[in-house]
Ligand binder design. Structure first.
Ligand SMILES: [Zn+2]
Ligand SMILES: [Zn+2]
Length: 446
């Protein structure tokens, strides 16, 4: 084996099991580039070996890194993946940070400049309240960008989440710009005290979150003495209703809003009070809130704080961070993601959890997932868009209804002028012109 790990001296602290502070180590030499990112509950060890003109990269999870310890890291076999795999190693990267950016326009320009010539696509928004980024790219570009961002101390503490994008780019193009709201919410968020951590919910590490849910839901992995059939908190899914439809924490109610931007939990508006899980709730009740990556909870918790709720907790790093650390325990179904992959099974985040015998607590019970058209159970926990381009509804559908309505959401859509062929497999539709050209070609040859 050529090119194994470099001497681990500079990662002291990071590879111990009790990581309490951010470590951001970096070393460059002709053979190795090696970085460690860690925070209280996450650590990614990134190893890149440069063999002559080639680079090889491999991520290790915290559990791998910590179980080996420092000495282990030194002695372990090379983790390089095969060359064919590396060529196809695409990733989606997510991170956000609420922090004062005095000159946001200048910050945007700086980032655009860094990304020149790099193959990055996605949504990267910047304003005076911080940065919110979701993007895809080949790992060399995707990771170089986030490394560069984190060299700036304002962003050094942000939690970076990385997942595989097996089919390449997960976004159609790069949108990197100033945006007045980093998160879409009715009325905007620029007036919210997002930069004050005390106004936001207290982040719970994934393991703490799991323990609280296990205690309430009853679980074979929880200590029997902690089992309690009635939760002593309110579990709030702070996402869109359609995200809940393909997966959620067990015990979480479906959000009554189709869209997070119109969320109004706890605001006691008369028209929503009946459906509001926070209506008439004691302001001292523990409220556990979660979303995909954490940002929506950070935003919404400041609103609840202003409403007087005192005990607000959020799942640090959201569901994606949870699945990576805890596997599918207490989670049912898949996770909706806002890119072309649409839906990821828990195994995409932590494959080993599925095969660990005593941690197989994956709910096989997906009966909560229902076809939008016929109401029957669906097997594929993935939304599709209506084949009628001018409808484009995102909906969950059983295979019978897909066939019957040729990929449309209703019979009316099946007669629409701009119909795309039925979407096969776990993809999203291509741009309209690819179908338009095919359709006109087949007409002319017919
Ligand atoms: Zn159906
Ligand atoms: Zn439709």
């Amino acid at each position: 084996m050529r090119g194994c790990f470099p001497a681990p001296a500079f990662i002291s602290g990071a590879a111990s099991s009790a990581i309490t502070q951010i470590v951001w180590g970096r070393r460059k030499d002709p053979l190795f580039q090696f970085s460690v990112w860690s925070s209280t509950s996450s650590c990614l060890v990134y190893n890149s070996n440069k063999h002559a003109e080639r680079r090889r990269r491999r991520w290790l999870s915290l559990s791998e890194a910590t179980s080996r310890g420092r000495g282990g890291l030194q002695q372990q076999q090379c983790e390089c993946e095969s060359e064919s795999r590396e060529d196809n190693e695409w990733v989606v990267v997510n991170f956000y940070q609420f922090v004062l950016i005095k000159d946001a326009e200048a910050e945007v320009a700086k980032h655009l400049n860094f990304l020149k010539g790099r193959d990055i696509r996605g949504r990267i928004y910047v304003n005076e309240q911080g940065i919110n980024a979701q993007y895809s790219g080949p790992s060399r570009d995707a990771l170089a960008y986030v490394e560069w961002v984190r060299e700036d101390e304002r962003f050094a503490n942000c939690l970076v989440q990385i997942s595989a994008a097996p089919t390449g780019h997960a976004f159609p193009k790069l949108k990197l710009r100033y945006k007045p709201s980093l998160v879409q919410l009715e009325g905007g968020i620029s007036h919210l005290p997002l930069l004050d951590p005390s106004m936001r919910a207290t982040p719970l590490a994934p393991s703490e979150w799991r323990k609280r849910l296990e205690a309430a839901n009853g679980s074979t992995t929880a200590d029997a003495s902690t089992q309690n059939p009635r939760p002593n908190y309110i579990l709030l899914d702070v996402r869109n209703g359609y995200e809940w439809d393909i997966g959620h924490f067990s015990g979480a109610r479906r959000p009554d809003v189709d869209c997070f931007r119109s969320t109004s939990f706890g605001l006691c508006q008369p028209e929503v009070i009946a459906a509001d899980p926070l209506a008439n709730v004691d302001k001292e009740t523990d409220i556990l809130m979660y979303c995909t990556g954490g940002i929506r909870c950070d935003v919404y918790s400041t609103i609840l704080r202003q409403q007087g709720f005192q005990n607000l907790y959020t799942l640090k790093g959201g569901v994606s961070h949870y699945l990576k650390n805890e596997g599918p325990l207490q989670w049912v179904g898949n996770l909706f993601v806002f890119d072309s992959r649409l839906s990821l099974p828990p195994a995409a985040y932590k494959p080993e959890a599925i095969t660990e015998p005593n941690r197989v607590e994956v709910s096989e019970n997906n009966t909560f997932a229902r076809c939008y058209i016929c109401g029957l159970e669906v097997c594929e926990l993935r939304h599709r868009n209506c084949a009628n381009l001018d409808c484009n509804l995102l909906y969950l559908c059983c295979m019978n209804c897909v066939e019957d309505l040729r990929g449309c959401c209703c019979s009316k859509c099946t007669t629409a002028p701009r119909l795309r062929p039925v979407l096969q497999g776990p993809h999203r539709y291509e741009k309209w012109h690819t179908y338009r050209d095919l359709i006109s070609q087949s007409k002319s040859t017919a």
